[in-house]
Design a protein around this ligand. Sequence first.
Ligand SMILES: Cc1cc2nc3c(=O)[nH]c(=O)nc-3n(C[C@H](O)[C@H](O)[C@H](O)COP(=O)(O)OP(=O)(O)OC[C@H]3O[C@@H](n4cnc5c(N)ncnc54)[C@H](O)[C@@H]3O)c2cc1C
Ligand code: FES
Length: 252
Amino acid sequence: MQTRKGTVENVVQIGEVTFLIKVEIPEIAREIAPGQFCNIKVSETNFPLLRRPFSISNVKGNSIEFMIDVIGEGTKILATKKPGDALDILGPLGRGFDTSGDYKTAILVAGGIGLAPFPFLINSFPEDKNVKLFYGARSKKHIIDYNYKNKFICTDDGSAGFHGNVVDYLNSSMDELKGDSIKFFACGPTPMLAALKRFCQANSFDCEVSTESAMACGFGICQGCPIETTEQGYYKLICKDGPVFNISEIEL
Ligand SMILES: Cc1cc2nc3c(=O)[nH]c(=O)nc-3n(C[C@H](O)[C@H](O)[C@H](O)COP(=O)(O)OP(=O)(O)OC[C@H]3O[C@@H](n4cnc5c(N)ncnc54)[C@H](O)[C@@H]3O)c2cc1C
Ligand code: FES
């Protein structure tokens, strides 16, 4: 973990409220693994005071990309960055996805901005894995522009792809999934992760999920990001023990 000044290369709008921010920062690009995150100081002033956590969306040579939804003051500032601007970044943080194991097919389940860590993860799978992405959005206009050949879209209102959420789609695809050796990787809103947990447990699938909470320090000091584990009365920290957990480890 280190704090470095990166240089913004470009900021591209790829969705209604979604921006892809590319930052040259060799020291962190060299070290980071899929599913890990960085804590970004979004402005040179002290407003907002706290850093904001973002997954690494991709690594390209000496640069990293963040896929960011604008939801409040911090993300609004990030979306207005210009090429050449400096960005103070703390990372790599947390524990990422584990792509090892003898499964044949990796199914990635993304909800909304939960798509963010998957471009990097997709590029990191060993060549012998078959990788599919199931991506759910509220409607066609909420779909983030990410081009991947093995992608299946679901929308809540049926305006694009399958009409329903991603877990409905998985349930309807059970005939195709049966008999395949699969591991799931997911990132998205907690209700989606909870439904996926029920689906995976009912069908005995292994699954890792990337979780979220508000964060302050990002590395285990402030105790501000607890998550309840399946071991009664025992909590872990999302920033240090996660954000990626095996679905069997945590309550959702
Ligand atoms: C490990 C981790 C990885 C993340 N990766 C990404 C990513 O790749 N792309 C991305 O767009 N976002 C990601 N987030 C969420 C991101 O950190 C928040 O959206 C961001 O901090 C909001 O900052 P803001 O100043 O714009 O909003 P604020 O002004 O701080 O908040 C605006 C509103 O959003 C709510 N809010 C703030 N943070 C969260 C959150 N984590 N979950 C739900 N509601 C929240 C606040 O309660 C408030 O109502 C990640 C969060 C974590 C913990
Ligand atoms: S954010 Fe401080 S302990 Fe997790």
